[in-house]
Design a binder for this molecule. Sequence first.
Ligand code: KG4
Ligand code: ZN
Length: 389
Amino acid sequence: MKILGIETSCDETAVTLIDASGNFGDNFKFDILGNALYSQASLHAEYGGVFPNLAKREHARNLIPLLREVLTQSGDLKAAGKNDVLFSAADELKVILNREPDLLEAITGFALESGTPNVDAIAVTVGPGLEPALWVGINCARALSLLWNVPIVAVNHMEGHILLSMMDEGLQRHVDFPLLSLLISGGHTELVLSRSFRSYERIGETRDDAAGEAFDKVARLLDLPYPGGPEVSRLAAEAREYKLPTHIAFTRPMLRDDSYDFSFSGLKTAVRTAVEQRRPLGDEMKRMIAREFENTVSDVLVAKTMRAVDEFGVQTVVVGGGVSANTHIRRELSEALAQAGNPANLLIPPPDLSTDNAIMIAISGYFKAKNKWYSDPTTLVATGNLRLA
Ligand code: KG4
Ligand code: ZN
């Protein structure tokens, strides 16, 4: 089954075409026929975070060029004639894209030069994320669905992160349940328990800032560019490499708390206070603060994950979301499991697939399309705070 994935929930515009078949846990496999991604991160850098209207505009600008690239890679971009539906669908297309004039123009141009590609379903992220950004992807999917006469499946972005973590080089990895997902991204920090494939039960979440958001805010305090995660992590690694002394200690927030919830906003304030007390900040001090911050976040994430692993007899631990690219957190979690002698399998995608992409959306979409869980294009809505459970 050929699934076109579209992801526009945050500041990455991504399009992928996969060919997937089989059932999870049995004979599932997929090939990536085409994949293209444009990261807007550098554009948002001057705002120190993602600026929703800029994200929306950039998605609208880049989706069709990325689609063209994907269909060129897959050999589906047919130069032959124009799309025969275009003429009869022109009015409806205008309605669908009435808030996206740039996209309307791009799609019309695209349809004039390409026929209908070999696609069985379009998978699009409907949440969680920034609603103006999500709408661009949804409306693009609706327009393509009309032009190609192909159904749409609505995908939850967080499920995309989880399912992608279960895949390895096109095949599923061996996965035993219960499975625990530690989802750590710019907008989310949660622990989700799956007792079977595609069942989700949230056992804990952040009460304020998400882990990635904390990295991004601390990066600003240290005068580092957005996205802050990789930058803060680089300084922290340097502090470890140079064996800098440990003059700073932050409290591990909610470490002793009975719940599986997190809180990172107090930590951000502690970093701000540390920065203000030590101004002007030299490079060494920045490295020390970054290391202590990263250690603090990691200690809390690892401790709560390990506690849940014990309590629920977890067989597989999945880490998903942009912060899972963090090498320190990866290492600490894997060492904690090893030290506890826990045989649970730890699954983390390679760093380039940890951050947002459309492969994860296409994979999630496949498992829905296979069951014909299609969405009515006219009732699709962007849901900023869409829940997994
Ligand atoms: O999943 P993602 O790409 O987008 C969202 O859905 O939010 O996650 C982006 C977040 C950003 O906050 C970014 O700073 C963080 O992931 N991030 C990292 C690292 N790489 C990206 N945080 C810590 N360490 C990293 N290496
Ligand atoms: Zn994400």
